[in-house]
Design a binder for this molecule. Structure first.
Ligand code: ZN
Length: 172
């Protein structure tokens, strides 16, 4: 409870900035987004990293440093650090939850589904279900100014995973 005052003011600040941009978003969606932002999953650094990528979204000031540990073509571990708006941080929490334990191909397909949704392409229910909580953020596409915030972590994942396969090709 000693930390309460500080975290309360931090949460209030996040909440007010979110409300400005997303007041029209469905209330349940907003709750899930705030929960990920306030209690992020997989935030921190890995001890073993095989793939990494840092991306910035200059229009909003978001930064994501993504670390992935790929073993036997599966995402064994994934973590991120960074800061920025509530949407960018909640998206990183949701994305890392969704792809942990998946094969790199599955994770890249999920990143493509998310990016496709960002530009208004339709996807099957099955594809969307794969995204877990991240599916909620596809509704952010109604707010064009926030699309980059939501897609930043998925782009970081894509770049991190693809960089690895390029390196393998160069080594051969
Ligand atoms: Zn942002």
């Amino acid at each position: 409870t000693r930390r309460k005052t500080r975290s309360d003011s931090r949460i209030r600040k996040q909440r007010s900035s979110l409300t400005l941009g997303l007041s029209k978003l469905n209330g349940l969606y907003r709750e899930v987004i705030l929960d990920h932002a306030d209690h992020p999953h997989n935030k921190g650094e890995l001890t073993t990293t095989t793939n990494a990528m840092t991306l910035h979204n200059p229009t909003c000031g978001d930064t994501i440093n993504l670390q992935v540990e790929v073993e036997d073509n599966k995402i064994k571990n994934i973590a991120y650090t960074g800061d920025g708006c509530t949407i960018s941080q909640a998206s990183a929490s949701m994305m890392t939850d969704a792809v942990k334990g998946k094969t790199t191909e599955e994770a890249l397909a999920m990143a493509k589904t998310f990016s496709d949704m960002a530009i208004g392409k339709e996807h099957s229910e099955a594809d969307l279900d794969q995204l877990g909580d991240a599916r909620i953020l596809t509704s952010i596409m109604e707010f064009p100014a926030r699309i980059k915030c939501a897609t930043l972590s998925w782009w970081a994942l894509q770049r991190a995973l693809l960089k690895d396969s390029e390196e393998e090709e160069n080594n051969e």
